[in-house]
Design a protein around this ligand. Structure first.
Ligand code: S6P
Ligand code: ZN
Length: 186
């Protein structure tokens, strides 16, 4: 019986994925209008400055029932005023679909919000593991001075609902207050 090489390799310190086709998105300042609270500070940033990017493995077509996707998100260090660089955040289009997150490098927060707009956050540090409940919006925040990287594994039929967040946002924001990350009502 044949023993094969692994399908691909994830570097558990950095989150870099090698050995297979990787696809991802880059989100630059120019892609993130309306996401951060301080519009004056936002307008001072270079439009092409990278805020975060993803490197994902999609073994089945998007929408396939029963499959999983795998990917790393890398969030650059930085702030917009007092607000840390962060992802746009989303509910899943199939809102009952869960997702697992696990931290590789750096420090951050996982900000969660249920459909009643109750918001809470979990600290993310190397090795921390997070199971995002059904019907829960999720956004990640880099609260450190280095690149923050974490892995994600989610159902291939989950999809993304960005519109709800674009319309109503999260009910809390992660801000640096006296040098410390705080979750503050929006
Ligand atoms: C997908 C998963 C992540 C995010 C990534 C970027 O369900 O949660 O791969 O897509 O962290 O965040 P966002 O909110 O811009 O998709
Ligand atoms: Zn997700």
């Amino acid at each position: 019986m044949e023993i094969s090489a692994p399908q691909f390799v994830t570097d558990w310190k950095t989150g870099v994925v090698t050995g297979t086709e990787v696809q991802g998105v880059e989100r630059r300042v120019s892609d993130l209008g309306g996401v951060f609270a301080d519009e004056g500070a936002f307008s001072q940033l270079r439009p092409d400055r990278l805020v975060y990017r993803t490197a994902c493995v999609f073994p089945v077509p998007e929408g396939t029932e029963g499959g999983v996707f795998w990917g790393t998100t890398f969030i650059e260090p930085g702030t917009v005023g007092a607000e840390y660089f962060m992802t746009k955040g989303h509910f899943h289009a199939k809102a009952d679909r869960m997702e697992a997150y696990f931290t590789f490098g750096g420090t951050g927060l996982l900000v969660l919000m249920d459909t009643a707009r109750n918001c809470w956050a979990e600290e993310m540090t190397p090795g921390s593991t997070h199971l995002i409940p059904p019907y829960t919006a999720h956004r990640t925040v880099n609260t450190g001075d280095d690149v923050f990287s974490f892995g994600a594994c989610w159902p291939s039929d989950a999809g993304h609902d960005y519109d709800s967040i674009a319309e109503s946002g999260f009910s809390a924001r992660a801000l640096r207050v006296d040098g410390i990350p705080r979750l503050v009502p929006a």
